[in-house]
Design a protein around this ligand. Structure first.
Ligand code: TRP
Length: 342
């Protein structure tokens, strides 16, 4: 991680969509790093409900409200501490939407047309996608820059959106003659961020939308369920390899070893050295123990938090108040630079 220019105080911003219960991939790929970053600099963690409606309309408003609480509970259960970090819901701070409008007028159509995630999500049916899905990246840029955040922990799939955020910041600064007004935030891809694949098919990402629940470990799964899913995880008939090269062409074996390494906090090579030549059954028992030890307490804490939605709402409201207070002067100055009423 390089230092941000001195002009801007180091600040982390990240967010996840409230689109369903979170799983081991979200935990090892993101949340675990968010929790660690709290020891390094101030952090703001957002539940991005405005992004959530770009793809689906929730049948009932309560479905979205419930999903927001579940994701907030997962953040806290995983170790995001609302006393140290700001934890809030995007739609509670209107500054995001206001800045996003300005950024829609800064970003160029050519930039947006290059966004690979939009193309992947819409496939051949671009004309049926919402306009919000198309401008999703400018709202994401606003999420980050309305706090002048400098560091953004994200997965591989969001790196392009972060490059767009930097382009927007740079063009705004140039167009409005305000050098260094917005920082050019950098992606934080920590070494331990792990790409977790499906337990049924090592070539697919672990995903909340997979039809088979056995393909993923949900953060709400109890101990028995976690252990069962690991023991039933697909593998090939060969024993564990002797070295990293031996993982080539064995995506299921590689995935389980990656998960083991991430949970144990050890390099992959150590895991391989330890289990070289052994059968998967013994390895899976140990992996199940590790996963249960880490996930079951999170599930338990989530259950406790979700049993008291009023308390969760209070935490989110408190976070929104702090976030709004940070965003207000930055938005005001931005509007002044543009020539808006401010
Ligand atoms: N687009 C991100 C995702 O789907 C979520 C997100 C929205 C985000 N705004 C953000 C992530 C700002 C980091 C910073 O994963």
């Amino acid at each position: 991680m390089s230092d941000a220019p001195a002009k801007h105080q180091p600040l982390v911003f990240s967010g996840m969509q409230p689109t369903n219960t979170l799983h081991l991939g979200n935990y090892l790929g993101a949340l675990k790093n968010w929790v660690k970053l709290q020891d390094q600099m101030p952090c703001i963690y957002c539940v991005v409900d405005m992004h959530a409606i770009t793809a689906v309309a929730y049948a009932k408003p309560d479905d979205l409200r419930t999903a927001v609480r579940e994701v907030a509970a997962a953040y806290i259960a995983a170790g995001v501490d609302p006393k140290r970090s700001i934890l809030f819901q995007q739609s509670a701070v209107p500054a995001h939407a206001e800045l996003a409008w300005i950024f829609n007028c800064v970003a160029r159509l050519g930039w947006m047309d290059r966004m690979t995630q939009f193309k992947e999500k819409t496939g051949k049916h671009k004309e049926r996608a919402s306009v919000g899905l198309y401008t999703y990246p400018t709202l994401m840029a606003a999420d980050i820059l309305v706090y002048k955040a400098t560091h953004v922990p994200v997965g591989e799939d969001q790196k392009q959106h972060l490059e767009l955020t930097r382009d927007v910041a740079q063009k705004f600064n140039n167009d409005y003659g305000a050098e260094d007004f917005f920082p050019l935030p950098e992606a934080v891809v920590l070494g331990t961020a792990t790409r977790v694949m499906s337990l049924r098919d090592g070539s697919k990402k672990m995903s909340k939308s997979d039809d088979s629940d056995m393909s993923r470990i949900n953060l709400t799964d109890d101990a028995d369920m976690v252990a069962q899913k690991i023991r039933k995880a697909r593998t090939d008939p060969n024993p564990l390899p002797d070295d990293e090269k031996g993982l080539e062409g064995r995506p299921e074996a590689e995935n389980l070893i990656n998960i083991f390494a991430a949970l144990a906090g050890t390099p992959r090579s150590d895991v391989i050295a330890r289990f070289a030549g052994q059968q998967f059954s013994g390895f899976k028992n140990e992996l199940a123990d590790l996963a249960v030890a880490e996930i079951a307490p999170i599930a338990e804490k989530m259950r406790r938090l979700l049993a008291d939605p009023a308390e969760l709402d209070r935490i989110l409201a408190d976070g929104a108040e702090q976030a709004a207070a940070l965003a207000a002067p930055i938005l005001r100055e931005t509007k002044r630079l543009v020539g808006f009423h401010a």
